[in-house]
Design a protein around this ligand. Structure first.
Ligand SMILES: [Zn+2]
Length: 285
């Protein structure tokens, strides 16, 4: 036994043993190094995976909902738009004016943003007389004035100009509004029930057509400060009641439809209330 121990001690001190010991130590260092690289590399990969996950599920979806180009935002807007139609269409007597520079200039309207209400300031005259006065301007050259619609004392509605064309009614807002002239019996400018009811119906119909709210119906007064329509300028409460009446009418009589059904009622890309051949004239603008 003792002999053996002695041999072993000698062996431990031998050059061979020291060499093997050095090799083993180097080998272990290498393994430790590899293990460290594995742990560190794995950690880095794990971190990268987390970053990718956050990007995919949190950042990327948010980015997509904020489109950069205008086209994309239009597509999104279109998806959000709700379409309504009035179930019963108002009776509209279409008597389009002859295109002429004094009352039907044939200039296209832009996107309609408001419906403007006027009064004729000509007590007792009928819708037909007012329409014919506009028509006569092509010869008389007396002045430049017109309106898309005229509502008479019996509640009759005459359309003089397609809504895709400008009328000469609301000054600086002719380019993006639709105008309605209303007949009245006396100097107060108050509309009788027939005129009033047709005005509510027509405004509601046009609001659905142009995706507007009742509040988007305004007075000529709101554009220029002119006392038109006089009764609704003199009586602010009555004006507010009128807007409320349109809102109520829309609530009661409009139904939400698909875009296709809405286009079926109002015409695809077409803003003429009653499409006619005359409405497709070439625009000079
Ligand atoms: Zn006016």
């Amino acid at each position: 036994m003792r002999e053996e121990n002695k041999d072993y001690t000698a062996y431990r001190e031998s050059e061979e043993y020291q060499r093997l010991k050095y090799i083993r130590r180097q080998k272990r260092r290498k393994q430790v190094m590899i293990a460290r690289i594995c742990v560190f590399g794995g950690g880095a990969l794990f971190l990268l995976a987390i970053i990718l996950l956050i990007y995919n599920f949190v950042i990327a979806p948010n980015k997509e909902s904020k489109p950069v180009s205008g086209d994309e935002s239009n597509i999104l807007k279109e998806e959000e738009v709700k379409y309504f139609v009035i179930q019963e269409r108002p009776v509209i007597d279409v008597q389009l004016l002859t295109p002429n520079e004094y009352s039907r200039p044939g200039i296209a309207t832009e996107t309609i943003e408001n419906i403007v209400v006027h009064y004729t300031a000509n007590p007792g005259t009928t819708a037909q007389q007012n329409r014919d006065f506009f028509e006569g301007l092509k010869d008389s050259h007396e002045t430049s004035v017109s309106s898309h619609f005229v509502i008479g004392l019996e509640g009759e509605i005459i359309q003089c100009i397609p809504t895709i064309e400008r009328a000469y009614a609301s000054n600086q807002r002719n380019y993006n509004t639709v105008s309605i002239e209303c007949c009245h019996m006396d100097e107060t400018g108050k509309f009788n029930d027939g005129t009033y009811d047709s005005l509510v119906e027509l405004c509601a119909w046009l609001c659905c057509k142009f995706n507007l709210q009742a509040e988007d119906v305004i007075r000529h007064y709101d554009v220029t400060g002119k006392a038109c329509p006089k009764y609704f300028v003199d009586n602010q409460d009555e004006w507010e009641n009128f807007i409320y009446a349109i809102d109520q009418y829309m609530d009661k009589n409009s139904v939400e439809v698909t875009k296709e059904e809405w286009e079926g009622v109002y015409g695809e890309g077409e803003t003429v209330v009653t499409p006619t051949e005359e409405a497709s004239i070439e625009f000079s603008e």
